[in-house]
Design a protein around this ligand. Structure first.
Ligand SMILES: [Zn+2]
Length: 161
């Protein structure tokens, strides 16, 4: 209620639609990262010359060392589950704009050879079948459907449970 001495007691609203086409650059390292996925179904990282830490996906600077990073490292498409959450709350996926069917598992995965964690969907939602420490492998979109974005990775699946 607005409640004024003039007697106006309703808030008004204006409805309209705004088309918002949106595009942003993934940068040089982001482009290399997605090219490697599209062409070889594997990942790319970058090693810090000072602390030896391997970042995946690659980035331009090491935060702790503040060194520029230029030693690209080819990484496999397998890793280890460091943590996971099974999500049962309906949620609009910001990457697709669509509601992801529940439940789904959001995983924190350390790709073999990397020191950082990569988060993505794991296609297992049964808590009896998924554990921290399990090996997972990326499942990629069909080559002809790849677009150079994170949806080119469909999900990760558990390897030899
Ligand atoms: Zn460093």
């Amino acid at each position: 209620m607005v409640s004024t001495e003039l007697g106006y007691d309703q808030l008004l609203s204006i409805a309209f639609s705004v088309p918002m086409p949106y595009e942003w650059s993934v940068g040089v390292y982001g482009s290399l990262f997605f090219h490697e996925i599209m062409n070889h179904n594997r990942f790319l990282g970058v090693r810090c010359p000072d602390c030896n830490k391997v970042y995946m996906p690659p980035r331009r600077l090491c935060g702790p060392c503040f060194k520029e990073l230029d030693e690209l490292v080819v990484l496999p498409n397998e890793g280890t589950i460091e943590a996971f959450s099974i999500v049962n709350y309906p949620f609009v996926d910001p990457n697709t704009g669509e509601q992801r069917p529940i439940p789904y598992t959001y995983g924190y995965i350390r790709i073999d050879g990397a020191d950082t964690i990569f988060s993505h969907i794991i296609n297992e939602t049964d808590t009896r079948l998924i554990q921290v420490g399990m090996k997972v492998k990326a499942v990629f979109r069909e080559k002809e459907l790849m677009q150079g974005n994170v949806q080119d990775i469909k999900h990760f699946e558990i390897v030899n449970p």
